[in-house]
Design a protein around this ligand. Sequence first.
Ligand code: ZN
Length: 178
Amino acid sequence: MALEIRKYGAEVLRKKAQDVKEVTLDIKKLAEEMIEKCHQDYGVGLAAPQVGKSIRLFVLSLPPEDDMESSDYEKFFEEVFINPIIKNKKGKEKNEEGCLSIPGVYEMVERSKYLDIEYTDINGEKKEIKNAAGLLARAIQHENDHLDGILFVDRLPMMKKEFLKKKLIKRFRNSEDF
Ligand code: ZN
């Protein structure tokens, strides 16, 4: 069964997601399908709430930094992050972000430049990435926000945010998620 991306306005995108208790076969299958969905929709990451599951899991599918247009997935950094905890955020950096749940919208978002992350991987093993930077650090923060019901447009400066919100509500009001 193909996964369906929930769009802006869907309630599940605003909920705080629950911890994953155990990495079951269903969880593994979900994670695989989510990575597949990233390939299909040219996404660098996807969080479980975006496919209607309110659990603390996201996947990343990052192209090599020296070949961002690549579709050779062998060269991608692909990982499943379960019950992630971000630590030691450092520095600030602005860059453009988009989101499969808010198609067509791209905005500059300020994020921490560096961070560490602890998580459980798809095999149920504890892992840690230290000093993540660049696209990796940005994607981790974007996807982790989804687990707390936060969208990247919430991170914009107040004026911009209010302006965009009106447009988004109008635009997504008639989507099947409302
Ligand atoms: Zn997103």
